[in-house]
Ligand binder design. Sequence first.
Ligand code: CAA
Length: 292
Amino acid sequence: MADTERDINRATVVGAGTMGSGIAQVLATAGIEVDLVDVDTSQLLRAQAAIERSLDRLVQKGSLTARARDQSLALIRPKTKIDAAIGHELLIEAVTEDLTAKQAVFAQAAHVLPETALLASNTSSISITALASAVSGPERVLGMHFFNPVPVMKLVEVVRGQLTSEATTQAIVALAQRLGKTPVVVNDYPGFVSNRLLLPMLNEAFFTLMEGVAEKEAIDQVMKLGMNHPMGPLELADFIGLDVCLHILEVLHRDLGDDKYRPCPLLRRMVAAGRLGRKTGVGFYEYGGRRG
Ligand code: CAA
């Protein structure tokens, strides 16, 4: 069998946050057995509840049968460790945006999973080439960048590191298509394509607010009504997480060495105050008790 036709029937997803649970869900809906791994058992419980809510939504609008919902749920096994006994063909990591943490997951996976297993990262900004340097067989490492909410967003940005093989890229392109997504292949440079374009736009919205050009609602309305964006930039930044936005801008600023990526001081101040957006209940907007 050619590598591009490699069957992926069992996968491990590490990190049960919003992205990890969404990724586990779309894999399971495509009939793939998934170990969803997180050291924090309460996070695993939250992930399971979020997956159930999301699948219920799909059943309610008729895009999934109740039977397919139950089958998908049965395919997801919550775990607190990567299981050495299972010969999974793929691991996708969606842990915190920290090079050392991600490298540790890959190093552990390379130790316990088959040598042929593909190692994908859902990172939004960390270099795939640097991540691969922690692993024997860097040609099997690449970026598989999903977008939030994972069950809804069509794009998977497939990021080729310096040493990623063509067979690995094509296997992940085929997998993304099997998940009903549209894969777009890009090369490993800071921010890839998605965040190199998105974050400067969000950053400019932060400066626009800081300089008093307009109120936050007005800035968002201009982009929603004038450019047909589903969310305005400040609303979207709250949705992504202001800490995540700051981290990506810092990577762009440092690794591209250009001041046009300089994070807005208002963004830094909000992150320092712990106003991170929806996940903390307050960012540019207030969300009451809402954290979703
Ligand atoms: N699971 C299943 N279905 C979901 C869902 C979920 N978690 N969330 C939303 N949906 C479905 C709804 O059921 C609804 O379906 P129908 O249209 O078929 O009825 C549809 O999605 C729209 O949802 P809502 O009606 O609740 O709300 P909305 O119309 O305001 O859309 C949104 C919500 C899809 C989030 C939309 O506002 C949107 O597309 N926003 C922009 C999101 C975006 O840009 N995401 C990328 C962020 S960047 C990123 O993730 C990566 C990074 O590296 C930073």
